[in-house]
Each structure stands twice: as C-alpha cells, then as structure tokens.
Design a binder for this molecule. Structure first.
Ligand SMILES: [Zn+2]
Length: 230
C-alpha cells in the first residue's frame, strides 16, 4: 500500500519544480516538468517580461496562472501552448491554468538564443489567452479578405489603425490565432484592401512571429481582460 502511494505521488508531481514569478497582482507559477538540466532561466525571464507589461486582471486584486512547461522532441514546431482552464472574472474568461511545450532543439547550444527566448515569450502569450480567449471575437471580414479580431472598442485595433493610418473595422488575424504577418510567419499574404493598399503585417510583434511585446500585442492583452502598461 505504501509503495503504491509513493508511486502515485511520484507520477503526479515529484518531478516538477515550481518557480513563482509575480509583479504583486499577477503571478505565474511555472511548473517545470521533468526538466533535468534544461535551462529554466529563460522561462523566468520571459514571465518577468510579460509581468512588467501585463500588470493584473481587470477587476481582481490578485490572480495566479499555473503554467505546466514541458520540453520534448515530439512536436513539429519550436513551441506550442494553450489554455487548459479558465475562470470568469467580470464576465471575461481568464486563464488559471495553461501548458506550454518547447522543442528540445531550442535548448541546444547551437540554437540561436534570442530566437529560443522569443519562442518562450510567444508561447507564454498563448497561455495568457492570445489565440484562445481571442477566438470568440474572430470573424471573416470581407474588407480584410479573411479572419479578423472584431471586439467592440478594441484597443489593439485602435493602435493598429493609428500606427498604419488605416480605418479598418477589425484587426487582421491569421488563421492560426496570431496577429497577421506574411513576412516572418507562414501566413499567406492577403489581397490589398478595397482602396488598393496593402494590409500592413505586424511583423515586429511577438504574437505574430516577431521579437517584441509591441504596442498591438500589449493592447490585445488589454482587450482580453488584463490591465496593461503601455
Ligand atoms: Zn503561436
């Protein structure tokens, strides 16, 4: 009996180590699953970077999200992530539990570190809800020749229209749940808009496939229930 219990415990969580990263109002509990000698610092740094911009959940003094992190060679992309559980805060679904899986090659010394780090930042963005919480606002918009994020009073759309001097009704999204970009992402380039202008890609944004938690990514987090700092 005792042996069985021990095995049970071992199977459930004894190989996970937890690092909590917090800004006081929002906490990310990083559960490293069977990490061995894989570098954990990049995940802690990426969590801190998000928490310097995403300050809290709107209408809730403190919120925690558990993030299960795996490294494996069994995925095709460099990383994958998603939300596993949510709770409703002020009518909005906010993640309380998510998962991210990184390909083991991103931990190889010959893999470009900035690229590996940015992948972690990107996947954490999915854990916060980009791709999943955004999904219910995605519609096909003829004026944008495809799917777009259509939320009333969207801050992300307002920034996009301001930055690129457009007046679109919605924010162009990729089929895959990312910000639109045909330059770095494998997102097919769309036809021009009705005025014959290119629909500007969001190449620099980390929630496309870029390096920065840019203003549109930041505003998107604002749109899906977080208090952010611009
Ligand atoms: Zn992604």
């Amino acid at each position: 009996m005792r042996v069985l219990l021990f095995l049970c415990l071992l199977a459930s969580n004894s190989w996970a180590s937890v690092e909590s990263v917090s800004n006081g109002s929002l906490t990310l509990n990083l559960h490293f699953q069977e990490f061995g000698r894989f570098d954990k610092q990049r995940y802690i740094d990426a969590a801190n970077q998000w928490l310097s911009i995403v300050k809290s959940v709107e209408g809730k003094p403190h919120h925690s999200i558990d993030v299960d992190i795996y490294v494996t060679s069994d995925i095709n992309h460099d990383g994958e992530a998603g939300v596993l559980e949510t709770e409703v805060v002020g009518g909005v679904e906010i993640p309380i539990h998510g998962e991210m899986v990184l390909h083991s090659r991103t931990h190889n010394s010959e893999f470009d570190y900035e690229n590996a780090y940015t992948t972690v930042v990107h996947e954490l963005g999915h854990v916060l809800g980009v791709g999943q919480t955004t999904e219910k606002y995605i519609q096909r918009v003829d004026a944008l020749n495809g799917p777009a994020f259509c939320k009333e009073n969207s801050k992300a759309l307002a920034w996009y229209n301001k930055l690129y001097q457009r007046n679109y009704p919605c924010l162009r999204f990729a089929e895959s749940g990312h910000l639109y970009d045909f330059v770095l992402a494998d997102d097919p380039e769309r036809d021009n808009d009705r005025q014959g202008r290119e629909i500007p890609p969001m190449t620099n944004e980390v929630m496309a496939n870029g390096l920065e938690i840019g203003i549109i990514t930041t505003a998107l987090l604002d749109d899906i229930g977080y208090v952010v700092e611009y």
